[in-house]
Design a protein around this ligand. Sequence first.
Ligand code: ASP
Length: 332
Amino acid sequence: MSRRKFIKTSALGLGGILLAKCASGTDNETIIEEEKKVIPITKPIVVSTWNHGMDANKAAWEILGNGGNALDAVEAGVRVTESDADNRSVGLGGLPDREGKVTLDACIMNHENECGAVAFLQDIEHPISVARKVMEDTPHIMLVGEGAYDFAISKGFEHKNLLTPEAEAEWRKWKDSEDQKKPRINSENHDTIGMLAMDEAGNISGSCTTSGWAYKLHGRVGDSPIIGAGLFIDNEIGGACATGMGEAVIRIAGSATVVELMRQGKTPNEACKEAVDRIIKKHKNLKDLQVGFLAINKNGEVGGHSVYAGFNYAQKDNNTDQMKDVAYEMEW
Ligand code: ASP
């Protein structure tokens, strides 16, 4: 009696996909034929969330394109966004909480699962670089609030007021408005920046930085500095980051979930869609609940998905330098 089996094995860590075809002659005899199909890997490559990702990618590419490593690239890239005073959702110029304080969340993760984070940090322009110092110079992973600030100062970071006159004016207007009781999320076409990069050596790192949900309660921390929620990297598989309503992302351990789904064989697009579907399933009220995921695998394949329309990302590699829209589940 003959029997046919088809086994599909993902060997992403080897830089290709191995398809093994097994055909057996009799029950006692197995003839195995293997055919190796090599998929070219896109690297180096950098992707990041929203329109502000274009400028951030440019800075990251100066490192990646010259043979530099992904960790340096994802730090340098998002620093551009952190310093952009016209951006209302990250670093300098970010919209404050309801007390008028700009409080920042950020994290960074490398190809060896080393990571660092800061949360509820004030008056420091580059939380991503403080997060990297936490990763490299301390035995800890996350510092928050005053402790994070004191640590930053001890490492030579300068105190800087991040509330620009423009952001302050917007906050004052909000304070006097009907909207006062409703914190606002994702109302502009740019929010948190999450960045994922793979360098020439095939190593993946990621970064994520934000001023969070505009007009949030003082002390609120979102998903962006939470490893596994706003960002997760597993260099054997790939990486993922999130933007949108952090509370929803935390509830499903969003970025870790996307990476685990890729480990099970899903493409980046499929993994991001399944995480979005899970968010939709777990929340009764989906009004204004925007979340977007962005992911990359070891082949340099990129994907994304969001709850509502409008989420996009910037991609840069040797052949690409452009914005891409992702598929979504609902119209606003
Ligand atoms: N995820 C961020 C937060 O919840 C905000 C955003 O990306 O829109 O703080």
